[in-house]
Design a binder for this molecule. Structure first.
Ligand code: SF4
Length: 340
């Protein structure tokens, strides 16, 4: 009797991913990511298990914990359609600045959670002289007060500003590409994807760690989601924060539906398999997309970093709840000394 050796496409997709990512440490390419994003729901548990294995194999069990603080909130001149901090939409977020003592207090509080990263964020197109002066003073004050890595996210930079931030001791710079190059014009009209890319390459060439991710669930196609993963893999960032759209009232994307939880998990696993060595961080939107149970699934499906506490314009989960979950999953918090 003839044996049937037919391999279902789904099985082949996962088997190839296993060999290539788990075996060789090579991330999936754009077409392979697309195949993963098209996997039927019943294969998602196997997919998450594979992504988790890949994370453990190439990154280890540690989880990097980061706190973020906004030094300048709202009133941004750009028009990113998902963002409540744009001054161009009738969003409820109004412009406000944080003073240096409050900044230092936030860093100290963040360090108490065990976090190794503290990211200073400003809602701006790029920093002006006032913001750069505040960074100089703020970074020095934080470094004098507490042992924590300082990261920054201040929009697009000139070469001079890149050099200055590196000299201040900012060790990682966040600047998200947000979405696939082909979809970016549907998300932002006031600047280009290429302008963002230029900042990222300057940051990388200056020796700072590059943190670059984006938002999924903004109406992009699965092909564009795969394109985005491949573009991130080309950049090869140290860290990828993955956000799920949390539609904010008053923004152009305010009426988009919340992303389906299974789709979100499939996306997490696909990005892990495209970027086996990177820090893949849960950023905003996971609470409404995934809830508590889904958060756990993602931590067991490729994610190895979290932001504790609140995000910039929306409330996150309680930091204690996240830390308790890591404890329960036996995932140690990455120690500060290992990241220096
Ligand atoms: S995402 Fe950043 S650049 Fe875009 S509007 Fe919001 S704060 Fe401004």
């Amino acid at each position: 009797m003839r044996q049937t050796s037919a391999v279902l496409p789904t099985d082949a997709t996962l088997a190839t991913a296993r060999l290539q990512v788990l075996g060789d440490g090579r991330g999936l390419d754009e077409q392979q990511v697309l195949d993963i994003l098209r996997l039927p729901d019943q294969h998602v548990p196997d997919l998450l298990a594979l992504a988790h294995e890949a994370r453990l194999r190439w990154c280890g069990p540690e989880v990097e914990v980061e706190g973020i603080v906004s030094v300048k909130t709202g009133g941004c001149p750009e028009d990113c359609h998902f963002c409540a901090q744009s001054g161009l939409f009738p969003s409820p977020v109004r412009a406000a600045w944080l003073d240096i003592p409050s900044l230092v207090r936030a860093a100290v509080e963040t360090a108490k959670t065990g976090a190794s990263e503290f990211c200073i964020v400003a809602a701006v197109r790029g920093p002006d002289a006032r913001l750069m002066a505040q960074m100089r003073e703020g970074v020095a004050a934080i470094r004098a007060a507490v042992d924590i890595n300082v990261a920054a996210s201040l929009g697009m930079l000139s070469q001079e500003q890149v050099d200055e931030l590196a000299a201040m001791g900012v060790h990682r710079y966040n600047h998200n590409l947000e979405t696939a190059r082909s979809y970016f014009p549907s998300v932002v009209s006031t600047h280009t994807w290429e302008e963002r890319w230029a900042t990222l390459t300057m940051v990388r060439d200056a020796g700072m760690e590059v943190c670059c991710g984006g938002i999924v669930g903004m109406g992009e196609t699965l092909e564009q989601r795969a394109e985005f993963a491949a573009q991130l893999a080309e950049l090869d960032p140290h860290e990828v924060p993955l956000n799920f759209l949390n539609p904010r009232p008053g923004t152009p994307f305010g009426d988009l539906p919340v992303m389906d939880g299974t789709d979100a998990l499939r996306t997490i696993a696909a990005f892990r398999l495209a970027l086996p060595h990177t820090i893949l961080r849960y950023a905003g939107g996971r609470e409404i997309t995934l809830g508590d149970l889904g958060t756990r699934d993602g931590m067991l499906g490729g994610v190895n970093a979290v932001i504790v506490g609140n995000y910039l314009t929306t409330l996150g989960r309680d930091a204690d709840a996240d830390l308790a979950l890591l404890d329960e999953l036996a995932m140690p918090i990455k120690a500060l000394s290992l990241t220096l």
